[in-house]
Design a binder for this molecule. Sequence first.
Ligand code: XMP
Length: 326
Amino acid sequence: MDNNKRPESMERITTPALAEAFINEQVTALREQIGDKKVLLALSGGVDSSVVAALLIKAVGKQLVSVHVNHGLLRKGEPEQVVNVFRNQMNANLVYVDAVDRFLDKLAGVADPETKRKIIGDEFIKVFEEEARKLDGIEFLAQGTIYPDIIESKGVKAHHNVGGLPEDLKFELVEPLKFLYKDEVRVVGDALGLPAAMVYRQPFPGPGLGVRCLGAITRDRLEIVRESDAILREEFAKNGLEGKVWQYFTAVPDFKSVGVKDGKRTDAYPVILRAVNTVDAMTATVEDIPFALLQHITDRITNEVEGVNRVLYDLTPKPCGTIEWE
Ligand code: XMP
């Protein structure tokens, strides 16, 4: 039997009852596989790793050691949410690593997008490896691999970033979601009691805000990306667009333009808004945001975010633009 092929008899998980049945089955299987040993997990706070964490906490409690690496490129409130949900509410064994300075120092002055991605990926593995070496008795590595990852990449979940650990840290893999599609993962996450903001969140690239702070990342522009993104998300949620629009975010270029405020000329950054709909991210159309809402978001960003004097809305579909700006 090909153990990377979803069994034909497996029913689609579409209801809470089916999710409960899946969870019970997995809890039994995970206890059997893991016994009294320890499992390690890189917990980003994304849907897949969060559902894997919640499932393993239910199955083996504190035998799961989750490592959350804050690389400084997460959205506003995300590292806090991971600590709050997993450590405070679920009583998980969570190692929180503040690696912000380390990542930003490595990225300083690097403008090429693919080099930025490589630095972020490589540094992530290094931090994770260092944390793994501090722990005793780990025998398993849990991953949030889902079925599309297997179909698309023959089992290598590149954007989870933990595939590159050195040979002496090759643990036995635990991949309880490997036959599930994204919508099924969300139903299971709901049934496990994870917050809706975690279970239904929009896709977020592995390199995070790093590819939205265009060119060489600087701390001031990174804060502009983070704060403007938080305003965009808040306004989309208030106006019924959250959950309706597939992906929306802000990007900040590495040049300034002239503006005027309180009778004085300003020299500040523009913020670009992007909001797109797609099925598979291969092509995308632009969301028709009401003009009044665009104006309100512009007012809020230019008034509330330090160092911004213009807001632009990107009207380009994919193709010929990509969804991200780099
Ligand atoms: P593009 O910009 O290629 O993006 O139209 C398509 C989808 O992929 C996401 N994306 C990434 N995801 N690592 C990821 O995990 C990356 O380096 C990366 N670059 C783009 C993007 O957010 C969109 O959903």
